[in-house]
Design a protein around this ligand. Structure first.
Ligand code: BES
Ligand code: MN
Ligand code: ZN
Length: 500
C-alpha cells in the first residue's frame, strides 16, 4: 500500500518533487527556489511547452541539474483562492496516476501557502494525501503473472507544508474513510463465486472488531418474518439468501438511528427473465449498494462517529433454475402487500421492499436512505456522472446533494408523482414489479420502493447503477469499483446529523 506522510517544506533528497504553479505561470515559493537552484530550468521548460498553471496541468522535467531529485513535476493549481479540497485530491490523484508505474519510488509534494484560500494548509495537505491514497487503489490479487514493469514502483508520497502536524491530524480521519472505501471496492471487485450472500455476511461479521453489532438472518428467519419478496428473488439460487444488520451506536439517537439500506444482489442473471450474455459479467457488482452501506457504517465506526446508525443489507443471488420464481408469480412481502412479479429481472426492488420494511418496523429510524444499482434506465438518463436521487423530503435532498458535491459523488434529483405510481398497479395483486409502458423506468422503480415506506418517514433512494463501477480512470477512482456513496454518506452524517 502507498505510504502517505507529511513533513515541513524542504527540498527532498532523491525521488520526485512536485511544485505548484498558479495560473498565468506564477510560481509558488518552492517552485521559485527550484527555479533558482536549477539556473532557470523551470522557465525554460514552461517556455518550451503550453503549460500555463491551469488546474490539472502537469509538466515533467527529468533529472534537472543543480537539484538532488530524479524529476520535478510542475503542477498547475489554477487560481490560488479557488483551489479547493477536491482540486487538492485531484492533484494528489493525478500525480499518483503519472508516477505509479514510472519507476519512481518516492514523491514529495511541496504545498506552499495559497493566498486568499479559505482552507487551512493542513486541510489542503491532507486532501492531497487522501487523493493520492484513493488513486493508488488496485485490485490485483488474481494477477499471478504480472510483469515487474507493470507493478507499481511508487511506495511513498510525502506532502510538505507549514503545518505537518495539522495535516497528520486531518489525514488520520480521512485515512479511516479511505480504508472503508478500499474495503468496499474489494467487495465489489470480487467475482460472484467468491462474494455471495453467505461470504458477504462473513465479511460483515468481521466488522464486530470495530465495535459494530452484527446480526445475520438466514432463510428460516426471513420466512418467519414473512419476507416473501426478498426470498422469492433468492429461491432459484443454490446460495442461501441473507439479511445483514449492522448497528453502530456512537451516540444515543434521540430520534432513532439513521437507517441505510443496500441492494445486495451478489449476481443478477435476470432470473427466468434472463439477461443477454453480452455484459452479464458486470452483474457481479449488483451488490454495490449493500457494499456502500457496509463501507459507510465501517467508516463511521472506525472514526468513532457520534451517531446512531443501522445498516441493512439484503443479500441474494438472482438465478434461473427449477426452483426459480416465474414471471407472473405473486409474492407476499413482509408489509403484507402482494406483488405480481412480471419480470424477474426487476429484482432489486423486491429485495429492498422487505429490507426497508424490516428496518422501519424494527428500528423506527429517523430517516431511511437506500442505495441500489436499481435500473439500467438511470444510466440512460444520467450516464456515469450523477446518481439518481428520489426523495419525499426536501431537506434530505439538500443535505445529500451538498455532501455529494463536497465529496465528488454527484446526485441529481428526479421526481416522484402519483401518476407514475399508478403505472405499477396490478390487475391481480396490490402492485406489479415493473411499469406498463417503457418510459420512466427509474421513477416507477422508485415509486415501487415508496410503497414500502411507512407514513411520515423521511426517505431517500439513490439509484447508483451508473456509478458503482467506472470504466475509465478518474482522478481518485481508478478504473473499476468506485465505492460510490461511502464518502457521500459519511460526509452527510458528519455535516448534518452527528451529535445532533
Ligand atoms: N441490476 C439491474 C440494473 C442495472 C443495469 C444495473 C445495468 C447496472 C447496469 C436491475 O436488476 C435490472 O435488471 N433492472 C431492469 C429493470 C427492468 C426489468 C424493469 C433494467 O434496468 O433493465
Ligand atoms: Mn435485474
Ligand atoms: Zn439487479
Amino acid at each position: 500500500m502507498l505510504k502517505i506522510g507529511f513533513g515541513r517544506i524542504d527540498l527532498p533528497r532523491g525521488g520526485a518533487l512536485a511544485v505548484g504553479v498558479i495560473e498565468n505561470k506564477t510560481m509558488t515559493p518552492t517552485a521559485a527556489l527550484v527555479e533558482r537552484k536549477t539556473g532557470g530550468a523551470l522557465t525554460r521548460a514552461i517556455g518550451a511547452s503550453r503549460f500555463t498553471g491551469k488546474k490539472g496541468e502537469i509538466l515533467e522535467l527529468m533529472v534537472p541539474r543543480g537539484l538532488d531529485a530524479t524529476r520535478v513535476l510542475l503542477v498547475g493549481l489554477g487560481k490560488a483562492e479557488s483551489f479547493d479540497a477536491l482540486a487538492a485530491e485531484g492533484l494528489g490523484g493525478a500525480l499518483v496516476g503519472k508516477l505509479a508505474l514510472s519507476g519512481e519510488r518516492t514523491l514529495t509534494v511541496a504545498l506552499d501557502a495559497l493566498k486568499g484560500n479559505r482552507l487551512s494548509t493542513a486541510q489542503l495537505a491532507a486532501r492531497i494525501g487522501y487523493g493520492a491514497r484513493l488513486a493508488s487503489y488496485r485490485f490485483d490479487k488474481y494477477r499471478t503473472k504480472e510483469k515487474p514493469e507493470k507493478k507499481p514502483s511508487l511506495v511513498s508520497v510525502t506532502v510538505s507544508s507549514a503545518d505537518p502536524q495539522g495535516a497528520v491530524k486531518t489525514f488520520d480521519r480521512l485515512a479511516k474513510v479511505a480504508e472503508a472505501v478500499e474495503a468496499t471496492r474489494d467487495l465489489v471487485s470480487e467475482p460472484a463465486n467468491v462474494i455471495y450472500p453467505e461470504s458477504f455476511a462473513d465479511e460483515c461479521r468481521k466488522l464486530s472488531k470495530l465495535g459494530i453489532e452484527v446480526e445475520v438472518l438466514g432463510v428460516k428467519d426471513m420466512q418467519k418474518l414473512g419476507m416473501g419478496a426478498l426470498l422469492g428473488v433468492g429461491q432459484g439460487s443454490a446460495r442461501e439468501s441473507q439479511l445483514v444488520v449492522l448497528r453502530w451506536r456512537g451516540a444515543k439517537g434521540p430520534k432513532g438511528p439513521i437507517a441505510l439500506v443496500g441492494k445486495g444482489v451478489c449476481f443478477d442473471t435476470g432470473g427466468i427473465s434472463i439477461k443477454p450474455a453480452q455484459g452479464m459479467e458486470d452483474m457481479k457488482w449488483d451488490m454495490g449498494g449493500a457494499a456502500a452501506v457496509y463501507g459507510t457504517v465501517r467508516a463511521l465506526a472506525a472514526r468513532k462517529a457520534k451517531i446512531d446508525v443501522v445498516g441493512v443489507l439484503g443479500l441474494v443471488e438472482n438465478m434461473p433454475s427449477g426452483t426459480a420464481q416465474r414471471p407472473g408469480d405473486v409474492v407476499t412481502s413482509m408489509s403484507g402487500q402482494t406483488v405480481e412479479v412480471i419480470n424477474t429481472d426487476a429484482e432489486g426492488r423486491l429485495v429492498l421492499a422487505d429490507a426497508m420494511w424490516y428496518c422501519q418496523t424494527k428500528f423506527k429510524p429517523r430517516c431511511v436512505i437506500d442505495l441500489a444499482t436499481l435500473t439500467g434506465a438511470i444510466v440512460i438518463a444520467l450516464g456515469n456522472v450523477h446518481a439518481g436521487l428520489f426523495t419525499n423530503n426536501d431537506q434530505l435532498a439538500t443535505h445529500l446533494v451538498a455532501a455529494g458535491q463536497a465529496e465528488g459523488e454527484l446526485l441529481w434529483r428526479l421526481p416522484l408523482a402519483e401518476d407514475y405510481d399508478k403505472d405499477i398497479n396490478s390487475d391481480i395483486a396490490d402492485m406489479k414489479n415493473v411499469g406498463s409502458g417503457r418510459g420512466a423506468g427509474s421513477i416507477t422503480a422508485a415509486q415501487f420502493l415508496q410503497r414500502f415506506i411507512q407514513e411520515g418517514t423521511p426517505w431517500a433512494h439513490l439509484d447508483i447503477a451508473g456509478m458503482a463501477w467506472t470504466s475509465k480512470d478518474r482522478p481518485t477512482v481508478p478504473k473499476g469499483a468506485w465505492a460510490f456513496g461511502v464518502r457521500l454518506l459519511e460526509r452527510m452524517i458528519a455535516d448534518h446529523y452527528e451529535g445532533k
